[in-house]
Design a protein around this ligand. Sequence first.
Ligand SMILES: [Zn+2]
Ligand SMILES: [Zn+2]
Length: 381
Amino acid sequence: MVKRDYYEILGVTRRATYAEITRAYKKLARKYHPELNPGDEKARRKFEEIAEAYDVLSDPKKRALYDRYGLRRDEMSEEGEKRTAADIIFEGFDFSAEESFSDFLEELFASSAGKRVKAPQRGEDLEVPVALSFEHALRGTTVTVTVTRRQTCPRCEGRGEVEGPQGTCFRCGGTGRRPTLRGPLRLSVRCEHCEGTGRSAPICPLCHGETRLPIEESLEVKIPAGVDTGSRIRVEGKGDAGLYGGPPGDLYVVTNVQAHPFFVRKGDNIYCAIPITITEAVLGAKIEVPTLWGKATLRIPPGTQSGQIFRVREQGAPSLRGDVRGDQYVEVRVVIPRLIDQRSRELMREFERLNPENPRAELMQVAGLLADAPSEAEASH
Ligand SMILES: [Zn+2]
Ligand SMILES: [Zn+2]
């Protein structure tokens, strides 16, 4: 994705004042605002671009950083193929992700301006896959999952250091700054452990300054009835421990449900195919069909065609959204008998004499539009 220059987007010079930038923004925003251009995808994207450019250029701190690192097309063309640091910054950023360039500048600025870096941070969420049988997914079950999660170090209680005389900070080696990677970009930020002083108490001998330790834990997780492949069951607080007193993340159990040899599930509905005899199809019948929950009686009306689908209400999968079930759809397939005895064949011929209808008669009329020239083509075996 080629990122356009923010100045270019707003149509202002690099020396533009705050007032000029705001004026340019307001003019463009009035033109491209989504409410004034309903359904116009191009205008919406344009508006987002304008808003992002304004967000950065209207803030003196962000603008200064942008001017230092941002992509400048005029310079690029002079340098030809040479890749500038700014170029690399833009390539490293996925602007389609939730994180915008503006957020990134914010963070960069916070760390270089010396704001508090030991702010509480929520722990990471974790995911663990679990395989379930078709039946267990429908009826609900309890599974035991083993998860490796990071827990606050019990020795230093998450500080990374223990009581003792102050010495060189073990995190930054006494420089007060630490390199950090943002995409392909190497930045130096204030050391979060010593907060830039370069000095700290001795390192914790248990976690070696990591503040958290991985532990393996077995958990019983209740799987509700009706889960499907890809369902996520949240186990609160069983993700990684937070940092600097932040709350822990959550654990998500992600289900993978095995296929069933007979039933096929789509959402809360269940599909299956049931064979019926030719006489059941012709004369009608009441047949028993298997369901997830036992069996149901299905009435086949006289004259049923092969492939017709019948609905059996509320015999499908339980819904995760409430105390209801989906439906079961039964496709009937007429089984054509192989007649081996003479008597049955005679009866079929007798039947044909009594019912001399040609099911293809209408088809010939509809399909024969180009059959003006008599054709002698005949099907051969
Ligand atoms: Zn520790
Ligand atoms: Zn340090």
